[in-house]
Design a binder for this molecule. Structure first.
Ligand code: UFG
Length: 342
C-alpha cells in the first residue's frame, strides 16, 4: 500500500504537533504548514527530535488562497487536518472580525483547494463548546447545538456547517468534525506541549505556571456551582489520546471506511472532573502544594459538560487510555523542562 500524505495546518501548535507525531508513527507522511502567529518553533523542533527526522515545514497563511492552492498543486494530499485558527474566547469577543476573518477564510480556502484538486478528506478540529449549556449529560453527537456565546464558538459552529454543506455539494470532498472536550497534558518525552502566550486562559497551563513560580496564585473561578464541590465539571482529555483519535479518523477517511460522507465524533473520556479534583490530582501525582484561592465565577463558563464517547469508541475504534494523573504528570514535566528545571 502506498504511503498517504496528510497536510496539517497549524501543525506547529499544541494539538497539531502531537497529531503530527502520532500520524508519523502510524506511517503517514505529514506536511506541516503554519504561519507561527501563535507559536514559535519549539514544538516543531520537538516533533523532529521525537521522530528522529526533519519533517517538511511550510511557513504560510491559510487566509492566502493562492498559497493554499499552490500547496495543493505541489503535494498529492490525501487528507487535511485543519488546526490553524484563533482560539481565545475573550479576545474573540473584543475582536470578532479578526476571528471570523481568520477562522472562516482559512477553512474556506482549504475546502476550495480540496475540491478543485479532485477532492480530499477534510478533518476539522471542532469543540464541545458547540453544545453550550445543557442539563442532559453526557452529550452525544446528536445532542442539540446551542447558540454560540462567543465569536470563537460561533466560528466552530459555522466551520462545521461549511464542511457539512461542502461535502453535500462537491464530489470527492469528505469530512469529519472532531469535537474536543478539554485537551490537556504534554507528550511523555516532554519535548512538545502547550505554550500559551501571555497569561494562560486555560486551567492546566495556569496550574503548571503557578507551580513553577511564573504565576503567584491560581484563581478557581466559582465555588457555588450546583456540583458536589461547587466547582465546574469538565471532561479533560489527554493530548496524546486526542492525537490518536485523529489517526483513527484519518484512517477511516483514507481507507474508505466512512458510513456517511460527513461524520461527527466526540473526543472525550466520558469522565467528569471538577476543578478541585483536578488540582488535588495535580498535587498528589507531582507531590507538591499549589497556591490557589477561590475567585468569582468567570463569565461564560458552563457548569458542567462531559462527553458520551461511545460513537468514537465503536466507530473509530478509539478510546481514551491515559489517566488524569498520568496526564498531569506529563504537563508538569513539560513545564519544568520549559523553565529549565529538568
Ligand atoms: N478555571 C479556573 N481558573 C483558571 C482557568 C480556568 O478556575 O485560571 C476553570 C474554569 O472556570 C472552568 C475550568 O477551569 O471551570 C476549565 O477552564 P478552561 O479555560 O481550561 O476550559 P474551558 O472549559 O473554559 O474551555 C473549553 C475549551 C475552549 C473553549 C471553551 C469554550 O478548552 O477551547 O471551552 O467555553 F473555547
Amino acid at each position: 500500500m502506498s504511503r498517504k500524505t496528510v497536510l496539517v495546518s497549524g501543525g506547529a501548535g499544541f494539538i497539531g504537533s502531537h497529531v503530527t507525531v502520532e500520524l508519523s508513527n502510524a506511517g503517514y507522511d505529514v506536511v506541516i504548514a503554519d504561519n507561527f502567529s501563535n507559536c514559535d518553533e519549539t514544538n516543531y523542533k520537538g516533533v523532529c527530535q521525537i521522530l528522529g527526522k526533519e519533517l517538511p515545514l511550510i511557513k504560510m497563511d491559510f487566509c492566502d488562497a493562492k498559497a493554499v492552492n499552490e500547496l495543493f498543486d505541489a503535494h498529492q494530499i490525501d487528507a487535511v487536518i485543519h488546526f490553524a485558527a484563533y482560539k481565545a474566547v475573550g479576545e474573540s469577543v473584543a475582536e470578532p472580525l479578526m476571528y471570523y476573518n481568520n477562522n472562516l477564510v482559512s477553512f474556506i480556502n482549504i475546502i476550495d483547494a480540496a475540491r478543485t484538486h479532485g477532492g480530499c478528506n477534510v478533518l476539522f478540529s471542532s469543540s464541545a463548546t458547540v453544545y453550550g449549556e445543557t442539563d442532559v449529560l453526557p452529550v452525544t453527537e446528536v445532542s442539540p447545538r446551542q447558540p454560540a456565546t462567543s465569536p470563537y464558538g460561533n466560528t466552530k459552529q459555522i466551520c462545521e456547517d461549511i464542511l457539512r454543506d461542502s461535502v453535500a455539494a462537491y464530489d470527492g470532498v469528505k469530512g469529519i468534525a472532531l469535537r474536543y472536550f478539554n485537551p490537556i497534558g504534554a507528550h511523555p518525552s516532554a519535548l512538545i506541549g502547550e505554550l500559551p502566550r501571555g497569561v494562560p486562559n486555560n486551567l492546566v497551563p495556569f496550574i503548571t505556571q503557578t507551580a513553577v513560580g511564573k504565576r503567584e496564585c491560581l484563581s478557581v473561578f466559582g465555588n457555588d456551582y450546583p456540583t458536589e464541590d461547587g466547582t465546574c465539571l469538565r471532561d479533560y482529555i489527554d493530548i496524546v489520546d486526542l492525537a490518536k483519535a485523529h489517526v483513527c479518523a484519518v484512517s477511516r477517511m483514507v481507507d474508505g471506511k466512512m458510513k456517511e460522507e460527513y461524520e461527527i465524533f466526540n473526543v472525550g473520556t466520558g469522565r467528569p472532573v471538577s476543578v478541585l479534583e483536578l488540582i488535588n490530582a495535580f498535587e498528589k501525582v507531582n507531590d507538591l502544594k499549589l497556591n490557589w484561592k477561590f475567585a468569582p465565577r468567570r463569565a461564560g463558563d458552563v457548569v458542567a459538560i462531559w462527553a458520551d464517547p461511545q460513537r468514537a469508541n465503536e466507530e473509530l475504534g478509539w478510546t481514551a487510555e491515559r489517566s488524569v494523573e498520568d496526564t498531569l504528570a506529563a504537563a508538569w514535566a513539560w513545564e519544568k523542562r520549559l523553565a529549565g528545571k529538568e
